[in-house]
Design a protein around this ligand. Structure first.
Ligand SMILES: *[C@@H]1O[C@H](CO)[C@@H](O)[C@H](O)[C@H]1NC(C)=O
Ligand SMILES: *[C@@H]1O[C@H](CO)[C@@H](O)[C@H](O)[C@H]1NC(C)=O
Ligand SMILES: *[C@@H]1O[C@H](CO)[C@@H](O)[C@H](O)[C@H]1NC(C)=O
Ligand SMILES: *[C@@H]1O[C@H](CO)[C@@H](O)[C@H](O)[C@H]1NC(C)=O
Length: 461
């Protein structure tokens, strides 16, 4: 007797054709389908799995991999409209990557079976509905990424099941800063919650547009509820500009990295800023980012300290920009950089000293630049000679015309020969030149590691 309704639901599900459309429509009906829906979602979970087997060409299986003993389930960019069923995978994942899918709603129970998760990446979906019980049971979760979605409101209650949550990304969602957001805003503003909801901004109402949730006076959220004394202007949601002056959003000269770029935390923190029409290196690159892709933008110049906060960067891709100029201190702080891709830019030479912080560089891509083979290129060649561990490519003269196509190293070599220098004494020659410029006073007798040390000091001078 007791199982009959269950069997009935199952029967109905089996008999009905299972188009994703009707299911989504059902999902979006909202809370009134409540308990019924919850049960359906469990059965539906199995149905979903069956379906994905049938139509695996549409929704390719997620891939499982492990890294440092932690299990990753990577379902990014799979056109998924719902959360895959936990039981489909061989081992309970520690990290569930669902970025760049088509998920619109997160329901109670969506993550049942995923209780072991440490991180959950839901960025770049179309999530506009998030039920309060969605994250129930995710007690170990430390990282929750919800940026670049369509959330306009979220109750703090939804976060309560996750006592260890340390990173919560909420930016690039159209937050409606009204009374319902009060509990969330207050939570984000607790001083110990340093990494919760940074960069998230109000979209509405107009008077608060562009304001950061973390910096907003929570009192402003609920103002609306108190009846304004002025007559209501229906266009303005009860606010005429005479009651509360419009607060202009803060003027920012530079785009903010976390907002313009996409950040992925796992397996290694990386930031994808490709093809964003950037004319400047964005500000506030988080210090934990390991890989950064700024390729295919319109950067013309790197300025001093552009990357000074990005001290964990191991690879930096600046290819396919219009870089003409890199200020001497523009790469300063990149002490751990291994790979630097500067290919396909408009670079003609390097300023003396620009590479001096790159102690651990091992790959330098220089192709597709109009390198000018005159004295200005000697610094680069000299630096490469002092750093034999650096593999470089694409260093060919573009001008003057008679040297076009020749390797830059070959040019420097023949230049030195012409001046009566041999290869062994070439660095000394360079030093002499520098001393003449009053830049460097060092002898040629030190071991290489001392030399780099010396250079650091030089840069600071
Ligand atoms: C979701 O779960 C929360 C907390 O358990 C509960 O308050 C809420 O009513 C549930 N909503 C639905 C639609 O089931
Ligand atoms: C602001 O208020 C003034 C009068 O109080 C009105 O004339 C004007 O149209 C209002 N502007 C906007 C943008 O609502
Ligand atoms: C840098 O970006 C370009 C274009 O986006 C890509 O072709 C290249 O492979 C990247 N370089 C590295 C070292 O990954
Ligand atoms: C980029 O540079 C490479 C040389 O490293 C060159 O072969 C290629 O044609 C360039 N691509 C473009 C789009 O300029």
């Amino acid at each position: 007797m007791r199982v009959t309704p269950f069997l009935l639901v199952l029967l109905v599900l089996l008999l009905l054709p299972p188009p994703t459309q009707s299911k989504n429509a059902d999902r979006d009906k909202g809370p009134k389908v409540g308990r019924h829906r919850r049960r359906q979602s469990r059965v539906g979970g199995r149905g979903r799995r069956g379906r994905s087997e049938d139509s695996s060409h549409q929704a390719p299986e997620c891939s499982e991999y492990s890294n440092s003993g932690e299990m990753f389930l990577d379902c990014q960019g799979r056109k998924l409209s719902s959360i895959p069923t936990a039981s489909s995978w061989s081992r309970a994942p520690d990290h569930l990557l669902l970025a760049r899918n088509r998920i619109r709603a997160l329901r109670n129970g969506s993550f049942s079976g995923f209780e072991g998760l440490l991180s959950l990446d839901l960025q770049q979906n179309q999530i506009s509905v998030l039920e309060v019980g969605t994250f129930l049971g995710l007690t170990r979760l430390t990282t929750l990424l919800l940026q670049h979605n369509r959330l306009s409101t979220l109750s703090e209650e939804a976060l309560i099941p996750m006592p260890f949550l340390r990173y919560l990304r909420l930016h690039d969602n159209p937050w409606i800063c009204r009374c319902t957001l009060d509990s969330l805003v207050r939570t984000l503003q607790v001083p110990s919650n340093r990494n919760l909801g940074n960069h998230a901004r109000c979209e509405e109402p107009v008077r608060l547009k562009g304001r950061k949730l973390r910096q907003l006076d929570p009192e402003l959220l609920c103002l609306e509820i108190e009846a304004p004394s002025e007559p209501l202007d229906p266009q303005d949601n009860g606010w005429s500009n005479s009651t509360v002056p419009l607060q202009p959003s803060p003027i920012r000269s530079k785009p903010d990295a976390t907002t313009v770029c996409h950040t992925y935390m796992f397996p290694t923190p990386h930031m994808d800023c490709r093809s964003r029409d950037l004319t400047e290196v964005p500000a506030d690159i988080p210090g934990d980012i390991v890989h950064m892709d700024l390729s295919q933008n319109n950067l013309r110049r790197l300025k001093a300290r552009d990357f000074v906060a990005a001290s964990s960067l191991r690879s930096l891709n600046l290819s396919h920009n219009n870089l003409e100029n890199m200020d001497t201190a523009s790469l300063s702080g990149l002490l751990h950089l291994r790979e630097l891709d500067l290919s396909n830019n408009s670079l003609r030479f390097f300023h003396y000293g620009v590479l001096e912080d790159l102690y651990f560089l091992s790959l330098l891509k220089l192709g597709g630049n109009p390198w000018v083979c005159d004295y200005g290129i000697h610094y680069l060649v000299y630096w490469l000679r002092l750093h034999p561990g650096v593999t470089h490519s694409g260093l060919f003269c573009h001008s003057p015309p008679e040297l076009r196509g020749q390797s830059v190293k070959g040019y420097v070599h023949s230049y030195n020969r012409a001046c009566g220098q041999t290869d062994q004494t070439d660095p000394e020659h360079w030093n002499t030149a520098l001393e003449l410029q009053g830049v460097l006073e060092e002898q040629e007798v030190e071991p290489p590691h001392m030399r780099t040390e010396k250079y650091r000091i030089t840069r600071l001078n």
